[in-house]
Design a protein around this ligand. Sequence first.
Ligand SMILES: Nc1nc2c(c(=O)[nH]1)N(C=O)[C@@H](CNc1ccc(C(=O)N[C@@H](CCC(=O)O)C(=O)O)cc1)CN2
Ligand SMILES: Nc1ncnc2c1ncn2[C@@H]1O[C@H](COP(=O)(O)OP(=O)(O)OP(=O)(O)O)[C@@H](O)[C@H]1O
Length: 223
Amino acid sequence: MQDDSMRDWPEVRAWRKAKRAELIERRLALPATDGAEAAAVVANLRAAEVPELATGLIGFYWPFKREIDLRPFVRDCLKTGARAALPVVVEKGRPVEFWAWQPRMKMKPGIWNIPVPAERAPVQPDVLLVALVGFDEAGYRLGYGGGYYDRTLAALSPRPLTLGLGFELGRLPTIHPQPHDIPLDAIVTERGIAWHRSRGRPLSDTAEGYASPPCFLHELDCT
Ligand SMILES: Nc1nc2c(c(=O)[nH]1)N(C=O)[C@@H](CNc1ccc(C(=O)N[C@@H](CCC(=O)O)C(=O)O)cc1)CN2
Ligand SMILES: Nc1ncnc2c1ncn2[C@@H]1O[C@H](COP(=O)(O)OP(=O)(O)OP(=O)(O)O)[C@@H](O)[C@H]1O
């Protein structure tokens, strides 16, 4: 267990609320001119050659607040045999459902007016592409404060592979993990991809797949 002087949940919650607001503001202030960072994140995701993204069922997200737009990437994945689904908040304080999505399908506004498929068709993703507000060196994610992904991952069996997508500006030494926080398997930024685990298990436990190298691409620190 890492040394963490901020252990108290009320204290951590207040810290996260302020950090979340700061990071969202900094993301919204990124120069929109060419979207080079976002393009680099998607290029790094593509270069990871995750088999589930080529042929599996991909849970992704409809971008808002300058989250990285994965829709063109996911459309490419559909061409190689993947299927896709979007998260839908069906009830506050409950796990999200993933509803099957296809290009040009009819959508309707969901929570925060984020579009969701008009028709409910729940499916089980093999791999989840998760938007990051912040992330830390152990693969923990800071989101929008609803706890939706933690609840969803706690409930999903088998556990999908989880990849967080974000900008380097969201990197934090620690998000002060709490018992409810479930870390992601890998974090993808404009700098590269860092694998932390595979479906929640230590990389050293996995016989094949993502065991080696534990992280790759560019100069990422693998410790
Ligand atoms: N594009 C996109 N879609 C997504 C997500 C995402 O991160 N990105 N989600 C990923 O999870 C889910 C929506 N996440 C949400 C997270 C929080 C709140 C919310 O109501 N937050 C409260 C603050 C809660 C608190 O601080 O206690 C609020 O803003 O009032 C709503 C939706 C599903 N869809
Ligand atoms: N498995 C769970 N069961 C019940 N409550 C949970 C669970 N996971 C998280 N929560 C609750 O959700 C709330 C928000 O948690 P947190 O700050 O980690 O959100 P977040 O991961 O940033 O949000 P999101 O995933 O929606 O973007 C907390 O009050 C937490 O107790």
